[in-house]
Design a protein around this ligand. Structure first.
Ligand code: MG
Ligand code: MG
Length: 274
């Protein structure tokens, strides 16, 4: 069942989104060679609780930490550990969620550690850009599948730096969000055969969109820790996510500090009142 939020509830989601956005900024600034993912988790916990919010992930189905940290060929759901230390040239995906007065925000970024190979930089660029294309395609009166199509079309339109093809992960998808982190509807990052158009995009709908793109094949595997999802072929993966809702002017990105205004207006996705 889809939960439609009123203005007050969207306001609480914005507060949660800002906690997530500010926490991710601190984490991005902290990523450097020699830093462990446990160090990052400690920063996240202090940041989230310091703002009077609750980490969404800690205890979620038994997950032991406040963020998911996924390095290189890890796609999502990596568990922070003092033994997982990032090195120059790595890429690390950080996924973060926070709750304010019962309402969730959820966002993720993939960050280069120092200087990374050009193909990894391109993987990050394409994945992040596909997220923004997905959000920019959402408009009141549109359909959920517009988002999925925009993400896939963007990724497929981008030349692969090694002459291969991008792997768009299919097993893990975006979602509705509100009083729970994961709600209906699922937001696919591709358009499957005979996929329904999905619900109409209306006021009060809040979605977390989160493309995961692999430098190699799209196939995934879960490690023995029963959390960490990795690419089957060992190629690197990137993950970007934002939580957003729709206004008359266009998408409002609740987990972006500026609400997404800079990116979306550059893409022509915001209606400015004349
Ligand atoms: Mg997330
Ligand atoms: Mg999510």
């Amino acid at each position: 069942m889809i939960e439609y939020k009123n203005e007050h509830e969207i306001g609480l989601m914005r507060e949660a989104g800002l906690v997530v956005g500010r926490t991710l900024e601190k984490l991005k600034a902290a990523v450097a060679p020699g830093v462990s993912t446990a160090d990052l988790d400690a920063i996240a916990e202090e940041s989230i609780r310091g703002e009077g919010a609750i980490p969404s992930f800690k205890g979620y189905r038994g997950f032991p930490a406040c963020i998911c940290t996924s390095i290189n060929s890890e796609i999502v759901h990596g568990i922070p550990s003092p033994k997982a230390v990032v090195q120059e040239g790595d890429v690390i995906s950080i996924d973060c969620g926070a709750i304010v007065e019962g309402y969730h925000g959820d966002a993720a970024v993939t960050v280069p550690v120092g200087q990374v190979k050009p193909e990894l930089a391109e993987l990050l660029r394409v994945t992040e850009e596909s997220l923004w294309h997905g959000i920019a395609a959402a408009r009141l009166g549109g359909r959920l599948i517009d988002i999925s199509r925009a993400i896939e079309d963007y990724v497929r339109s981008q030349p692969h730096p090694l002459g291969g093809s991008w792997g768009i992960v299919e097993e893990y998808v975006g979602h509705g969000i509100g009083t729970q982190m994961h709600q209906d509807p699922q937001v696919y990052n591709y358009v499957g055969r005979r996929m329904a158009k999905g619900p109409e995009l209306v006021r009060g709908l809040a979605l977390a969109v989160e493309p995961m793109v692999n430098l190699g094949g799209r196939e995934t595997r879960v490690l023995d820790d029963e959390w960490t999802v990795v690419t089957r072929d060992g190629a690197a993966s990137a993950h970007f996510e934002h939580t957003f809702t729709l206004t008359e002017a266009g998408p409002w990105v609740l987990t972006a500090l500026d609400g997404g205004a800079a990116r979306l207006s550059a893409m022509g996705a915001l209606r400015t009142s004349a």
